[in-house]
Write a protein that binds this ligand. Structure first.
Ligand code: PMP
Length: 403
């Protein structure tokens, strides 16, 4: 008799990534020949700009990239990340404070398991990116959700955070622009948050992965540019995935106070060793160039953002404002849950998303994945023609409802 297969309690606490699960289901249906329009994926549909691919191609034939390199990243890349952070966020860091990771997700993992102890509370504004609370739980911490809604622009303020502070508060997770809501904090709002968090000695992990995906002339503001005290204790997480259409290359990084970098470097030296050298060389090419290859992608997202928002907001029972950043629309659709679709009724956006996949042949992510039942997340990082066709399917589906 084989002994019972036991999964550790630590890993049992972690749920599957709901966004990746929906994406996998949609891709499996497409592979089976079913015409699915996918609004699920959180990734640009563009290929990586050619000059970056070329740099990677050159790197594959250079034997120096065929071997182990420093676990925390190639020195040239860390230098480039420091220069880029000064260019884009106005923040000066030493390359020795940087660790190159397997995507920003891995940087978030490193940060949370390095900073959070059993019982520590981590403040997570909700709706949140699905990975944050799972990794907090993995670390033994307690995710504390601070709810926001479409009515307050999905933003927290010092007044809404204050009641959640306790003596166990360890970390605040800040992401602007946000996945899933597309919310962008203004410089003034960011500054107010920074002052408040610094005054209360709360360290911040700032996820800046969508920093360049802003529209209407707005720019994102690094929370650490607003408070030197906050910068000294906080961690920046970033990566090339969203800005350069490089999700598959898996390059991210963290920039942290030296003791955190040292501890996370020890961890990384045991867990992954260095990240792929070829991908690091590709990221080096991306970060040392100007942003001219990025602008056309931002312009395309902007166009799709407008198309999607105007189509969605004209549907009765669908409520949303123009999102300010990233590439997601996050409409409130709670009113649709009172209706019947054909002979079926739905009681949650989870069920609605399933019905949309089965019947309307569109993949969207239910708000439940982000701690926000009543909402659906539509990515607009897909070709405009597909986007229009997909939203038409959604519109027809919603209009077919009774009740
Ligand atoms: N942070 C946020 C807010 C994200 O949306 C994502 C990707 N969906 C990541 C981090 C992870 O990015 P990467 O692909 O670099 O791991």
């Amino acid at each position: 008799m084989p002994s019972e297969i036991r999964i550790s309690q630590r890993i049992t606490r972690v749920a599957e990534s709901a966004t990746l699960a929906i994406d996998a289901k949609a891709k499996a249906l497409s592979a089976a020949g079913i015409d699915i329009i996918g609004f699920g994926a959180g990734e640009p549909d563009f290929p990586t700009p050619h000059f970056i691919v070329e740099a990677a191609a050159r790197a594959t034939s250079d034997p120096k990239n065929h071997h182990y390199t420093a676990a925390t990243g190639l020195p040239e890349l860390k230098e480039a990340i420091a220069i880029k952070t000064l260019r884009d966020s106005g923040l000066r860091y030493e390359p020795s404070q940087i660790i190159v990771t397997n995507g920003a997700k891995h940087a978030i993992f490193n940060t949370i398991v390095t900073m959070v102890d059993e019982g520590d509370e981590v403040l997570v504004p909700s709706p949140f990116w699905t990975t944050y609370p799972e990794l907090v739980r993995l670390a033994g911490g307690v995710p504390i959700e601070i709810p926001t809604t479409h009515e307050n622009g999905f933003k927290v303020t010092p007044a809404t955070i204050e009641p959640y502070l306790t003596k166990h508060t360890r970390l605040f997770l800040h992401v602007s622009p946000s996945n899933p809501t597309g919310a962008l904090y203004t410089p003034q709002e960011t500054s107010e948050l920074a002052t408040f968090l610094a005054d209360h000695d709360v360290a911040v992990m700032a996820d800046e992965i969508y920093e360049h995906l802003t529209y209407d002339g707005n720019r994102s503001t690094s929370i650490f540019a607003c408070s030197e005290a906050l910068k000294e204790t906080g961690v920046i997480v970033n990566g090339v995935a969203k800005t350069y259409a490089m999700t598959g290359w898996r390059i991210g990084w963290m920039i942290a106070p030296p003791p955190v970098t040292k501890a996370a470097a020890n961890l990384q030296s045991q867990v992954t060793s260095n990240i792929s050298n070829v991908s690091q060389r590709a990221a080096l090419a991306a970060l040392t160039a100007d942003l001219s290859a990025v602008q056309p992608m931002i312009d395309a997202f902007d166009q799709r953002r407008r198309t999607m928002t105007s189509m969605l907001s004209s549907i009765e029972g669908v409520d949303l404002e123009l999102p300010q950043g990233a590439f997601y629309a996050f409409p409130y659709v709670g009113d649709l849950l009172k209706k019947r679709f054909g002979n079926q009724s739905v009681t949650s956006t989870m069920e609605l998303a399933e019905l949309l996949l089965d019947q309307a042949k569109i993949a969207v992510v239910p708000g439940e994945a982000f701690g926000a039942p009543g909402y659906l997340r539509f990515s607009y990082a897909l070709a405009e023609a597909d986007l229009v066709e997909g939203i038409k399917r959604f519109t027809d589906f919603v209009n077919s409802a009774e009740g």
